[in-house]
Write a protein that binds this ligand. Structure first.
Ligand code: SF4
Length: 366
């Protein structure tokens, strides 16, 4: 059996200001909380030492939160705690336009970070205001310029489209502005309504027209492909060779550890998540589950169909020899007849129409 790739996700749960739509675990940085965070990472590093010493990480991803809001010396300390070896191919750090400085960029370079993901969200002041995002458009340009000046050659821009209060024209302007910066990668997410309070609750979302959302997706896919970005996953686009390896490994249901509050792991047929707090002891997990070959195979199909290259069923069968993949054949036939997937050479992949229905197809697969 082919060895699974192995990644490390570090959740850096600090943001000086909370965006109105954010549902990730985060807190304002303070000396005691930053110390508690570093202690936790130190302990998790030790907890997993025998694993990462035997099997080095191939990808690392610092997300959050805003890792770049940490002080320079804290970034150095965190970097020293993360196991780096010659096997590490990709190291991404999420950075925010308001907290990135040339000094921090220099530290990332020295640590070996080779990919940055800049939280732009929008180039329009009004959209940023509606999202409750505390940054000016000028911060984005300044941060991007500094990133390039520091020599980073693999940069993602994160953008959000909120179809209920932004026109398709305004979204096109955002995409055009992003293209002028010539990033290697673009992530474009539809605004989600998952907050319990404030303007972005699930109840507030009920008013949004699904056809309108579909128009935004389709426009984005066509527009960015036309401009040379490969649409390799529902929300992700890359210049050839710049796909995010860490995310691809996750969607391919490989293995990864998650360190830091709220971080999730998938390892040796288990999924588990650290609690979203500062006090739980190491090794106390929430949402802990053991999954069968069939569960994992199902997830490979669900997440694989969200990717442009789809799923090679022959390879999948080799990975999961005990699973009877023939049971899916009537479903593939039905999806193909409806024009949602292409099923050929024992591979299945979504058509653009099928990608729009990715969540519904996943439900049917379950
Ligand atoms: S910067 Fe990101 S993590 Fe922080 S509050 Fe905003 S959306 Fe949430």
């Amino acid at each position: 059996m082919q060895a699974l790739s192995f990644g490390l996700y570090v959740h850096v749960p600090f943001c000086p200001n909370a965006c109105d739509y954010c549902h990730f675990f985060h807190d304002k940085p303070s000396v005691p909380k930053v110390q508690a965070f570093l202690k936790r990472i130190t302990e998790e590093r030790e907890q997993w030492r025998s694993v990462w010493e035997a099997r080095p990480f191939e990808t690392m991803y610092w997300g959050g939160g805003s890792p770049s809001c940490l002080a320079p010396e804290t970034l150095r300390t965190l970097g020293a705690l993360c196991p780096v070896s010659a096997h590490l191919k990709e190291w991404t750090v999420e950075v925010s336009p308001t907290s990135l400085t040339p000094e921090k960029l220099q530290i990332f370079k020295e640590l070996g970070v080779n990919r940055l993901s800049l939280g732009v969200q929008s180039f329009q002041a009004e959209t940023l205001r509606r999202l409750g995002r505390k940054q000016a458009v000028s911060h984005v340009y300044k941060a991007y310029e500094a990133i390039r000046a520091a020599g980073f050659q693999n940069v993602n821009l994160d953008l959000i489209f909120p179809p209920d209060f932004v026109s398709l024209n305004a979204w096109q302007n955002d995409l055009e502005t992003a293209l002028q910066l010539q990033p290697e990668h673009l992530s474009t997410y539809c605004l989600t309504y998952e907050k319990a309070t404030g303007p972005f609750t699930p109840q507030a979302h009920q008013a949004v027209d699904e056809d309108r959302e579909a128009d935004f997706y389709q426009f984005t896919w066509e527009f960015l492909e036309h401009h040379g970005y490969r649409h390799y996953e529902v929300s992700n686009f890359a210049r050839p060779g710049f796909e995010c390896r860490h995310h691809v490994n996750t969607w391919r249901m490989q293995e990864w550890l998650g360190w830091g509050p709220s971080a999730a792991s998938q390892f040796q047929r288990k999924r588990f998540q650290n609690p979203c707090d500062w006090t739980s002891p190491i090794g106390s997990w929430v949402h802990e589950e053991t999954f069968t070959e069939k569960d994992l195979c199902n997830d490979c199909l669900i997440f694989g169909l969200r990717m442009r290259e789809g799923v090679d069923l022959t390879a999948l069968q080799q990975r999961f020899p005990t699973v009877d993949l023939s049971v899916y054949q009537p479903l593939w036939q039905r999806f193909a007849n409806a024009g949602w997937i292409v099923w050929e050479n024992n591979c299945v992949r979504c058509t653009p129409q099928g990608m729009l229905l990715a969540d519904s197809l996943a439900l049917e697969l379950l």
